[in-house]
Design a protein around this ligand. Structure first.
Ligand code: CA
Length: 226
């Protein structure tokens, strides 16, 4: 099966070993880096298929490593953190992480997240350009345009906007959005969807442009024209 190569950037030997054993048992090939600088060098010289990245690292912290990895490639990044706080997660997701795992975690959960990330990053159908009103979204380059105006999106913003663009004029419930964009429940109390819808609105609606992502109070959101 798999054989995908996973780079683990984690300074704590005990945790790195725990992860490495679980991954090898599952058939992945594993490289461990004990600090961010080494991790970045390995990722540059021999790009892995996925990176597991600890937030708290000596020297360059995980957030900075994440930004630099993301600047160089679209490789799936799973961040490990002890910070079980929505705001911290948002910062990490904004830095380009694709998913999060809060320590302590089970190896089963880790493997499930990795499988989900590989599923999502697997090449799908040919890229195309989704259109709604004057908004376009290129599924190849992951760039959006409102009219002529180019819009840069983070990985999560792209996924959320793609979900809306593929389901125009349909009300998407919070549960559906969670399942499709985050793959798992953030814990029910989370305001992560609100946060990301706000980001998307800031990027896709300037003062002169009409609202496209509308709130359906108590239910979710819908992409429609006013
Ligand atoms: Ca650490």
């Amino acid at each position: 099966m798999s054989g995908e190569r996973i780079l683990v950037i984690e300074d704590e030997a005990r945790i790195a070993q725990f992860i490495e054993r679980g991954l090898i048992y599952e058939g992945y090939r594993v490289t461990v880096a004990r600090d961010g600088k080494t991790g970045l060098a390995i990722a540059r010289d021999n790009p892995p298929d996925l990176v597991i990245l600890d937030w708290m690292l000596p020297g360059l912290d995980g957030l900075e490593v994440c930004k630099r990895l993301r600047a160089a490639s679209d490789i799936p990044i799973l961040m490990l953190t002890a910070k079980d706080d929505v705001q911290d997660r948002v910062i990490g997701l904004d830095a380009g992480a694709d998913d999060y795992l809060v320590k302590p975690f089970s190896v089963d959960e880790l493997l499930a997240r990795i499988r989900a990330l590989f599923r999502r990053s697997a090449p799908t159908s040919r890229p195309d350009v989704l259109r709604f009103a004057d908004l376009t979204l290129d599924t190849g380059t992951h760039r959006a345009h409102r009219g002529e105006r180019a819009i840069d999106l983070t990985a999560k913003e792209y996924e959320l906007l793609e979900l809306f663009m593929r389901n125009p004029r349909q009300v998407l419930t919070r549960d559906v959005i969670f399942d499709r964009v985050w793959d798992y429940d953030f814990g029910g109390e989370s305001n992560i969807i609100e946060v990301y819808v706000r980001y998307l609105r800031q990027k896709t609606e300037d003062e002169t442009e009409s609202r496209l992502i509308h709130t359906v109070r108590g239910v979710g959101y819908v992409l429609r024209e006013e």
